[in-house]
Every structure is written in structure tokens, then in C-alpha cells.
Ligand binder design. Structure first.
Ligand SMILES: O=C(O)CCC(=O)C(=O)O
Length: 336
């Protein structure tokens, strides 16, 4: 129900059903705040160096930030601004878009999967399907009036960046440049516009608890003013501090499968704070539903057996959404 949205009211106290049991809390004081995830400058004049550093980042962290990525900075700023404007709309306006059905292609919702979870998360989000644009844009919010135009332009740029990164990722695995794009078929593209209001008790809850992304590649536009993303690395949570004009890239479960486990779809989470609201915009490149996914033949052989069985993305996605987030890595269910 729309009254579950947390962006429509001011909360002086954290409601009981957002409080995590002691053992599951974020333990914010233990988070490493001065580490860095790798940074890759896509304008590096040495393309082989770019490929090598992307390959290294995918192996060690599953996450990296990109600079000089080609998405215009003004568009990134406009995207975040229109997202803030959207979440400031009156409650009645937002109520019209609310749904807790994960099957809906356009929905304003809250937490992660309110139908399945027992403890909620301090997040509202707008979920959009973005490809092909002409099919989905007519169903997107018409308010704020510039929303459709800005978000469409942003989606186009991000998609082009994603395909550029696919080429580098394919090359870094020793595969043909077009391998990932070709194998994953006509890519769907989804967006989650995540809004994390100020939270009265950030130590007790999450914006999004630890999860991996079920898709192939995620491009994250982060609020430039407020940190909140944390990534698991060597058993410790690392804070990803916003870097001016950068985008954050992470490997999703499908690239972990396709790389036969060489590249990691790592656990990450979003924490909240009591000072300022935070926004992030995640763009997900998703394989075509009926394409068969499994380790690339070239990466399987003597001494390197296939770690995962083949499956369709539809099967994988259904499995992902039938679970709660704090369960084992979904790919574990597809091990050979
Ligand atoms: O808000 C963030 O920084 C992370 C968002 C995220 O992980 C997601 O949307 O899947």
C-alpha cells in the first residue's frame, strides 16, 4: 500500500518493522572508510591498459569507478535533480504509481520485496524498464514534466557506455570483443531510482541490505554529496566515496557465470544516515529472457570445469525475486 512509502512523511523514530536483529545490523564503525575501489580512466590513450585494469578490477573487487566515460556530466546532474524532484511530489501523486508487485515494469515501491521480507529497508524506489524506450516511456511518470526527456537521454548514454564496457570485459577475458554483447542477446535495460530519506536510526537498519545484482552489468550514478554504498572485499565492508563525475560499475551475476567464476558479482549494500537524504540511480543491463547463459566455452576445459550449469535468464530472474535478499548468492543455486 502506498502509505508504506517512507518518502511521504517525516519520521522521528525508526518504526519497529525496520529494526534489524542485533546480529544483522550494519556495524557502521567497522566499515573501512579510507579504502578505494579501483578507478579506470576510459580516456587513457593506451586501450590495452584500460582492458587490463578493467580485468583486474573485475577479478579483485567486482566493482570499479569509471572516469571520462562519455556520459555528459550535465546529464548526470539533471538525472539526479529530476529524481529528487520526483520523490518530492505530493503523496497523492506518488500513490498513483505505487505497486509492490515485482512483475510490474513501472512501479514506485519501497524497501526491497515487501511481500517476502519480514524486516523492511529504508528505501523508496522507482523501477523502470528502459529498452526499447519508445515502448516504455509512455508509461513512465509524467511528473515532473521534464522527467521523461531527461531520463530517456540518460538511458541512451548509459546503454552505449555499457556496451563499450562489454567490449573491454570480453577482451579482458580473452574472448572476441563482441562476445558478451552477442551472447546475452537483445539486452533489456532496467533502472532503479533509489531514494533513501534521512533515517532516525541508521545503525539499526539498511537502505538496501547486502545483495548481488542478478543482471549482467550495473552502472550506478551516485549522489555526489552523500556516501552510502559499501562493497564487501576480503571479508570487510568498504565505503565507496563519491568521486566527482565518476560512475560506479559492477559485475552482475550473469557475468560471473559467463566468466566461469573468474569475475565476481560481489555483495554490496546501501546504508543510510541521519543527516541528509541520498539518491542513487542504478542502470541494469539484463540479458534477453530466453537466451541460454553459462560459462563461455573458451573458459572451460582441462583444469577449469564449468562452475555453473546453463540456464535461461528468465529462470534465473524468477529465482532471484522468489527469495529474500539476505539469503545465499543466487548463483549458488546454479552450480554444477
Ligand atoms: O544506492 C546504492 O548505492 C546501491 C544501489 C543498489 O545496489 C541497487 O540498486 O541494486
Amino acid at each position: 500500500m502506498a502509505d508504506q512509502l517512507i518518502s511521504t512523511a517525516v519520521h522521528e523514530e525508526l518504526p519497529e518493522n525496520y529494526v534489524r536483529p542485533e546480529a544483522q545490523r550494519p556495524r557502521l564503525h567497522e566499515v573501512v572508510s579510507d579504502a578505494q575501489i579501483p578507478v579506470v580512466d576510459l580516456a587513457d590513450p593506451d586501450p590495452a591498459a584500460v582492458v587490463a585494469s578493467i580485468g583486474e578490477a573485475c577479478t579483485t573487487h567486482g566493482f570499479f569507478q569509471v572516469l571520462n566515460h562519455g556520459v555528459p556530466v550535465e546529464l548526470m546532474v539533471a538525472m539526479l535533480a529530476v529524481a529528487y524532484e520526483f520523490f518530492r511530489l505530493p503523496a497523492e501523486e506518488k500513490a498513483k504509481l505505487y505497486s509492490d508487485d515485482p512483475g510490474k515494469k513501472m512501479r514506485l515501491s519501497t524497501s526491497f520485496n515487501v511481500r517476502k521480507e519480514t524486516v523492511h529497508n529504508w528505501r523508496d524506489y522507482l523501477r523502470l524498464h528502459c529498452y526499447p524506450l519508445e515502448q516504455y516511456v509512455p508509461d513512465w511518470p509524467a511528473n515532473p514534466p521534464s522527467f521523461r526527456e531527461i531520463v530517456s537521454a540518460y538511458c541512451r548514454e548509459v546503454r552505449a557506455l555499457g556496451f563499450r564496457l562489454y567490449e573491454a570485459i570480453s577482451a579482458s577475458l580473452g574472448l572476441e570483443d563482441d562476445y558478451v554483447k552477442r551472447t546475452l542477446g537483445e539486452q533489456e535495460q532496467h533502472m532503479a531510482v533509489n531514494f533513501y530519506p534521512r533515517c532516525p536510526a541508521p545503525e539499526l537498519t539498511y537502505g538496501l541490505p547486502a545483495h548481488t545484482d542478478p543482471n549482467a552489468l550495473t552502472i550506478l550514478l551516485m549522489d555526489q554529496q552523500v556516501a552510502g554504498l559499501q562493497v564487501l572485499n576480503d571479508g570487510r565492508w568498504i565505503a565507496v566515496n563519491p568521486r566527482p563525475n565518476a560512475l560506479v560499475i559492477n559485475i552482475g551475476d550473469q557475468l560471473q557465470a559467463l566468466s566461469n567464476g573468474r569475475y565476481k558479482s560481489v555483495w554490496h549494500r546501501a546504508v543510510v544516515n541521519s543527516d541528509r537524504p541520498r539518491m542513487s540511480v542504478a542502470s541494469f543491463l539484463c540479458p534477453c529472457n530466453d537466451v541460454r547463459i553459462g560459462p563461455a566455452a573458451k573458459l572451460v576445459g582441462e583444469g577449469a570445469p564449468a562452475v555453473y550449469r546453463d540456464y535461461t535468464y528468465a529462470e534465473y530472474y524468477g529465482k532471484f525475486w522468489s527469495r529474500n535478499l539476505d539469503q545465499e548468492h543466487c548463483l549458488e543455486l546454479f552450480r554444477t
